[in-house]
Design a protein around this ligand. Structure first.
Ligand SMILES: Nc1ncnc2c1ncn2[C@@H]1O[C@H](COP(=O)(O)OP(=O)(O)OP(=O)(O)O)[C@@H](O)[C@H]1O
Ligand SMILES: [Mg+2]
Length: 1080
């Protein structure tokens, strides 16, 4: 963000307390702790002491480790931004990459203070800022993934820390010339292996056991013969602290397993590791029981044989060998002779635990070795190195044993190189900057280190001597020995009861060392045992014998070829060697320090326990640190940065200094006259050095005041500029509005003038045009008048000439002419308005009363002519047919319901093809009946009973006849002159009554009633034929009640129907006396 804003923020900006304790004034422990608390409360967990970062564990996630933060700190100088691990990580990385100086980051602090977290922050930063690419990413991933594996196997929940590292770790990350990581080496120190077999109350075994049982799939557990239940295992469930709500073992199992795979462990190796873990758990469950052997000696036996079998299977060894190794001990004589003795039950338990501890410890070392093999740099060439040391801090407990002794020794050594390196750094800087070095008094802890590690005389040497000494060796003899050593006894940092007889704070079995961080009393019990760290040879031989793939490599001393009389190196010496190697390693590098502090014992995020912090500040030697850093000059800064920050304090440098920055700084300080003491400032080659923090604060205050003045000035200028720009804006706007308005006004004015001009012009033109018009009209009038006069004159002349002829003949001629004109006009109009040629068009145009008669006649003529024209269009047969249809219409339309059905049917007349029957024509030409008008089979109603008989009915131009329909035998013939008329019903039936005239021979039987489906055609043709033949009309009557004459009797006939629209071909006819009922 600092860079985004374009100006750099320094450590002095927004500072809570002081960001660098070198600036503390006064330099007291209280002021130091107050400052830490102030910053801790403001969540500023990092504070510098020069280039050392003091980190107070916040016990909560802070937004300090984002990618943005990394970018913010990238490439910035240490004091340019608020204190952060990223700042020193960046400084170290750039020094290594650009100046080719190997670096180390030494992280110290007590358990739970945040060392491991800090080391991860450093690694995260380096991984983020170094190069990228496939190979580099793989290396980075392997380096980062080593953490979860080492934490799973080397960390455990303790009362002080849920993820406490139970080993020391130093990791060298190696880079190529570009600064890209190419590999690394991990060194581990002193795993707390006793935790495998016993843990304090509330603490747990190493995480990996729990991860395996919680996270492994059931098949794997089955293969390892393990139960998921923690309480099943003696080494895990006893404290009932196996399951922790803060730790997700199940999830961590897959994280660890994945990390192992990424690092390059094969599946076989991973399984082998799990087998060893399972074996440790099973061995832990083994119980031993004492018994008396047959020959009366004491022996011991294993009670739970199942576990023993499982262990044998897992480690691939003989049951007998395991039994033997756990319950017996082989004592070798000098000449190679062996004596086997049985162990007591407690010795057997001890041997079992020793085996478990050794197994786990060596497994851990093997894992570290395998990781190293995987991350080892495979290429040659020059490497740059950055080491990260995460090692247990100074420990002072109520009870301090062998472990605390060597841990504190390690810290003493670290403090020693810290002082040495800080002073060296300080001195180097002074030399580089060309400033005179003044001697600094400091607490020199070399004598304490020597008290512990001095060759042949130190406590460790005494301990080794005692361990090697034949005879009865106990912790007490060891204490006696150091008390009897002149060097130790006389050392001013050594105290014991023997030395200070009256001091009851020292136990008889203890000694006390005055460490740089405070006095620590160590109880000697366990010193000899732990230093020896002996694994019975029987056990190492057993392990070597196993066919399990890792064990031979892990227990080389079990090999028969191994020189049996060679004494294994003691823990103390081993540690001393590795510490001295470490020191050598660190001294060859540029150190960077992170000092971690735990704010409280309860893992609470907002609690700052002053007493606890004071304790840590003391044993971390932080005040010593401040003092060393403050011994010369408290503050130093590059001239460029200093000038940039304070240039506003001097008119010569403000706003810009054109000369050298150093001269600019000198100009400022001379101008300010802050102090008369000439020694207050020292001008180095690139940096200004300030002796007293107060001077710096004075500078800061002045800067602050000046900044306020500058802020006012800026405000003033800004306000002026804003007002001026507003004025300019308003002025421009006013001009614009004015221009617009004027334009608008002018346009409006122009329009008015233009309209007025046009109006005047048009009036004038109108006036001119009217004048011209009047002139022309007058001229035309004159012409017209002249013409008229001329015509009158001509007329007068002609009339005068013809007057005598005109007077005698004019009237009748005029009249005739007029009439002819009127008639012609009438006829022409009539011609134009004649109706259409359709005979159905009855319209006729109106006329004046002059032509009424002619008009009527003309109408008749026209209608007839039109009918004639219409008729001419048809041939004779069609005319005949149409005539019949017209007749049928006249007779039946709207009278008989059968009629509409007959309209569309053609009247064929001869339905039996009599006309083409030659025999008929020949037979009936004698009676003039050869011209058949109608012939069809009909039903005749019997006059007596009303029954129907089919007969052929033939109508000719002379008569009508009844014949047999098959034989054509004539039954009756009645001339047409005897037909009087016809009666039909108004319904759809086919009943036809042929009324006959009385008095003739042929008609004596009376009227004829027939039924035909062609009633309309029959009657129509009959009626027309009668009229043609007799020249008289035979009337057709339509009625449903009518009289008929049968044989001279008058009968009342009634026609009924159920539906007037339906024709019944066979009506039922009943005669009852003088009644004839026809149901049609
Ligand atoms: N910077 C941090 N931000 C948030 N939490 C932190 C930070 N540092 C430490 N912690 C918390 O404190 C706990 C202890 O930290 P860590 O394991 O680093 O301690 P340690 O110094 O390595 O202890 P030990 O010596 O027991 O290994 C962490 O698990 C974490 O919860
Ligand atoms: Mg740790």
């Amino acid at each position: 963000m600092a860079r985004e804003n374009g100006h750099s923020k320094t450590i002095l900006d927004d500072m809570v307390g002081v960001g660098d304790c070198v600036l503390l004034d006064p330099v007291t422990e209280d002021a130091f702790i107050d400052n830490l608390k102030l910053r801790f409360d403001a969540q500023d967990i990092y504070t510098y002491i020069g280039s050392v970062v003091v980190s107070v564990n916040p016990y909560k996630k802070l937004p300090l480790y984002t990618i943005n933060k990394i970018q913010e700190y990238r490439g910035m100088n240490l004091y340019e931004l608020p204190p952060h691990i990223y700042a020193i990580a960046d400084d170290a990385y750039r020094d290594m990459r650009d100046k080719n100086r190997d670096q180390c980051v030494i992280i110290s602090g007590e358990s739970g203070a945040g060392k491991t977290e800090a080391s991860k922050v450093v690694m995260q930063y380096v991984a983020a800022v170094c190069g990228k690419g496939n190979d580099v990413d793989i290396v980075k991933e392997q380096l980062l993934q080593s953490n979860p594996v080492l934490e799973a196997f080397g960390n455990a929940k303790t009362n002080r820390n849920d993820n406490s590292s139970r080993f020391g770790k130093y990791m060298d990350i190696e880079f190529d010339y570009k600064g890209d990581p190419i590999g690394g080496v991990i060194t581990n120190y002193l795993l707390e292996k006793s935790r495998v077999v016993v843990q304090s109350k509330g603490e747990r075994n190493f995480h990996m056991f729990y991860q395996l049982l919680e996270g492994a799939p059931q098949v794997l557990l089955d293969e390892l013969e393990l139960e998921r239940d923690l309480s099943h295992y003696h080494f895990l469930g006893r404290n009932n602290s196996g399951k922790s709500s803060n730790i997700n073992d199940k999830e961590n199992f897959s994280v660890t397993q994945k990390a192992m795979q990424i690092i390059g462990f094969t599946d076989e190796e991973i399984l082998a590791i799990y087998q060893l873990l399972a074996s440790v758990l099973k061995l832990g469950n083994m119980e031993f029981k004492a018994y008396i052997t047959m020959n009366g000696t004491e022996g011991v036996k294993i009670t739970n044989q199942d576990d023993l079998d499982d262990v044998c299977e897992m480690l691939q060894c003989e049951r007998h060998d395991v039994m033997h190794a756990l319950t017996k001990r082989t004592v070798r004589g000098g000449k190679g002779d062996k004596v086997i003795t049985a162990l007591s039950a407690s010795q057997a338990f001890y041997a079992r635990d020793a085996l478990c501890k050794a197994l786990y410890d060596r497994l851990f070392t093997w894992i570290v070795r395998t990781i190293n093999e995987s991350i080892r740099v495979k290429t040659g060439g020059r490497k740059k190195v950055m080491g990260v040391l995460d090692i247990y801090g100074f420990e002072i407990f109520e009870y301090n044993g062998f472990e605390q002794f060597i841990i504190n020794y390690c810290n003493e050594k670290l403090q020693q190189i810290f002082i040495e390196l800080t002073l060296r750094e300080e001195q180097e800087e002074y030399i580089v900057e060309g400033i005179e070095w003044t001697h600094i008094d400091y607490f020199n802890n070399i004598p304490i280190c020597e008290l512990v590690d001095k060759n042949k005389a130190g406590i460790l040497a005494m301990l080794d001597d005692e361990c090697l000494r034949p005879g009865d060796v106990t912790d007490q003899t060891f204490l006696n020995r150091i008390n009897s050593s002149n060097y130790i006894f006389g050392h001013k940092h050594y105290e014991s009861r023997a030395k200070l007889k009256s001091d009851k704070t020292i136990d008889h079995m203890s000694f006390r060392l005055q460490h740089y961080a405070g006095a620590v009393t160590y109880e000697v019990s366990g010193f000899i045992d732990k230093n020896n760290d002996l694994l019975f040879r029987d056990l190492s031989e057993l392990m070597f014998k196993c066919e399990h793939i890792l064990l031979q490599e892990m227990f080389p001393e079990g090999s028969p070829k191994y020189a049996s009389n060679r004494r294994p190196i003691t823990t103390g010496s081993q540690f001393k060697v590795s510490v001295s190697q470490l020191m050598k390693n660190l001294l060859a590098k540029e150190p960077n320090y992170i000092r971690c502090i735990k704010p409280n014992d309860y893992k609470e995020s907002m609690t700052f326990d002053r007493a606890l912090v004071r304790h840590q500040v003391r044993y971390l030697g932080l005040m010593e640190n401040v003092r060393v850093r403050r011994a010369g000059y408290a503050f130093r800064q590059l001239y460029e940065i200093f000038l940039k920050r304070y240039k506003m304090l001097c008119p010569a440098t403000w706003p810009n200094w054109r000369g050298q920055p150093k001269d600019g700084v000198r100009e400022i300080l001379n101008h300010l006259k802050l102090t008369k003491d000439k020694e207050e400032f020292a001008y180095g080659r690139t940096k200004i050095f300030i002796r007293n923090p107060r001077t710096l604060f004075e500078l800061e205050q002045r800067r602050h005041r000046r900044m306020e003045g500058l802020a006012t000035l800026l405000q003033k200028i800004y306000k002026g500029w804003k007002a001026y720009s507003r004025f300019q804006q308003m002025r421009d706007s006013a001009i614009l509005i004015e221009t617009q308005f004027r334009g608008y006004k002018e346009r409006k004015n122009y329009k008015t003038v233009r309209n007025a001009t046009i109006t005047i012009e048009s009036y004038y033109r109108g006036h001119q045009a009217r004048k011209e018009y009047r002139r022309r009209r007058y001229q035309a009038k004159c012409m017209w008048a002249a013409g008229i006069i001329h015509k009158f004159y001509i007329g007068w002349k002609v009339r005068k000439e013809h007057r005598k002829h005109f007077k005698a003949h004019a009237a009748p001629m005029v009249m005739e002419f007029l009439l002819r004109y009127i008639h012609t006009t009438y006829l022409r109009r009539l011609q134009q308005h004649l109706p259409t040629m359709s005979p159905l068009d009855y319209t006729w145009p109106p006329c004046s009363i002059l032509h009424t008669t002619a008009h009527k006649q003309l109408k008749n003529i026209f209608i007839r002519w039109r009918a004639n024209q219409y008729r001419k269009k048809f041939d004779e047969a069609t005319r005949m047919r149409l005539g019949e249809k017209v007749t049928a219409s006249i007779l039946f339309k709207d009278k008989k319901t059968l009629y509409p059905k007959s309209v569309s049917k053609a009247f064929q007349g001869d339905y039996v093809r009599l006309r083409t029957n030659a025999k008929y024509s020949k037979t009936y030409s004698t009676t003039n009946d050869q011209h058949v008008v109608f012939a069809d089979v009909i039903s005749k109603i019997n006059r007596g009973n009303g029954k129907l008989h089919s007969q052929l009915f033939v109508l000719t131009t002379a008569s009508f006849m009844m014949m047999d329909q098959k034989t054509l035998l004539l039954k009756s013939r009645i001339p047409l002159a005897d037909v009087a008329g016809f009666t039909v019903s108004p319904y759809s039936d086919g009943i036809v009554v042929i009324l006959l005239k009385k008095g003739s021979e042929t008609t004596k039987k009376g009227d004829l009633v027939i039924v035909t489906d062609k009633a309309i055609e029959l009657v129509t043709k009959f009626q027309r034929t009668c009229r043609t033949a007799t020249n008289q009309d035979a009337p057709v009557k339509v009625a449903d009640r009518f009289p008929v004459d049968f044989n001279g009797t008058r009968i009342q006939a009634t026609v009924c129907t159920l539906d007037a629209n339906v024709s019944n071909p066979t009506p039922s006819v009943k005669r009852k006396g003088a009644k004839l009922d026809i149901m049609a």
